[in-house]
Ligand binder design. Structure first.
Ligand SMILES: NC(=O)c1ccc[n+]([C@@H]2O[C@H](COP(=O)([O-])OP(=O)(O)OC[C@H]3O[C@@H](n4cnc5c(N)ncnc54)[C@H](OP(=O)(O)O)[C@@H]3O)[C@@H](O)[C@H]2O)c1
Length: 309
């Protein structure tokens, strides 16, 4: 798979990333291990080098099982850029507390330590703030980032689900450029094309990462419910257009949906979330498919449910 630079850093990533959110959802340690191992090896073999985590995925089990697989195959670590996220606190920890976001210095340092332990690595290549904390004090975050960087625990920093103004605020207090903004973008979620997120990424040379690039399965062959922000979109209108282009190009509909993201000039990196080894390998073919402008706009038109004005 081709590679690209993440933001203005020296980190090199494959054009598609692999997302580890779902690798340990079976609730049985042995089954989770088998699923995770098969998925990770399929991804490495297919050329994915950026692996996306969060401290909270599968209540920590995603990072822990990934760490076990790295310990068993020590050669893997050098072939990966490992990204994770912090800043979300669970409900009822402590008892009665709501879900909340926490970018305090103490929490960010503790969460980075937790991820390092769970993953069993010495350095996190890329640490994201997971979701914007309304109580974010940008100077305090900058201080925590500086400590994590100076101690060698984190190499580069990014954000996730940040609006352009939230991004600008934090960036204004940092002595180095943020590398990425990880947001939901797909044919079932177009807002980043309209709200300035992708414009800002292109302007500042920040790499956008696209989560749920197949709408959590709805643009493939699965997925039952629309995600909360997808209510305006109609998969039934998009799938026939994906299938027509897929038939003409001799690929699958998923490959077309991923190639639609890859065509954006902000150099979006879709984060593939399937745990199925055959799908993980097949999705890598999107790197080889260059859609025409006409194909790209046919898909946008189907997603909007209306011709462009
Ligand atoms: N920053 C954030 O707030 C945030 C939020 C959500 C996700 N993420 C990141 O984004 C990554 C990807 O998200 P996602 O898992 O929702 O991505 P996705 O690629 O849109 O969806 C993958 C899901 O769809 C299912 N699926 C069903 N049919 C499929 C098909 N034909 N092809 C592919 N998948 C099919 C997969 O099941 P199988 O496993 O059976 O293939 C899997 O459950 C996550 O792992 C995580 O790293 C970040």
């Amino acid at each position: 798979m081709r590679t690209q630079t993440l933001g203005q850093t020296s980190l090199q990533s494959s054009r598609l990333a692999y997302g580890c959110w779902r690798i340990a959802t079976r609730g049985d340690a042995a089954a989770d291990y088998e699923t995770a191992r098969a998925a990770i090896f399929a991804a490495v073999d297919a050329g994915y080098t950026l692996f996306d985590h969060a401290d909270i995925y599968c209540d920590g089990e995603a990072e822990r099982v990934f760490g076990r697989i790295l310990r068993e195959s020590p050669g893997l670590r050098a072939r990966m850029v490992i990204a994770t996220k912090g800043g979300i606190r669970f409900k009822n920890r402590p008892a009665g507390a709501p879900v909340r976001y926490d970018f305090s210095r103490g929490h960010l340092l503790a969460q980075a330590e937790l991820s390092l332990r769970q993953l069993g690595v010495e350095t996190i290549d890329l640490l994201h703030l997971h979701r914007p904390d309304y109580l974010m004090d940008a100077d305090e975050v900058a201080g925590a980032f500086a400590e994590l960087r100076q101690s060698g625990k984190v190499r580069e920093f990014g954000v996730s689900n940040f609006s352009p103004s939230q991004f600008s605020l934090l960036q204004s207090r940092l002595p180095f450029p943020l590398a990425v903004n990880q947001v939901e973008v797909s044919l079932l979620q177009l807002y980043a094309l309209h709200d300035g997120t992708l414009d800002q990424c292109q302007q500042l040379k920040v790499t956008p990462l696209a989560w749920s690039p197949l709408g959590a399965g709805l643009l493939g062959s699965g997925g039952k419910d629309l995600l909360p922000g997808q209510a305006h979109y109609n998969p039934k209108a998009i799938l026939p257009v994906l299938d027509r282009i897929a038939g003409e190009r001799g690929v699958t509909r998923e490959v077309v949906a991923l190639a639609w993201l890859l065509k954006h000039p902000s150099r979006l990196i879709p984060i593939v979330g399937s745990t199925n080894p055959a799908r993980i390998r097949q999705h890598a073919a999107a790197d080889q498919l260059e859609l025409t402008r006409e194909e790209w706009y046919h898909l946008v038109t189907a997603a909007r449910g209306a011709e462009m004005p």
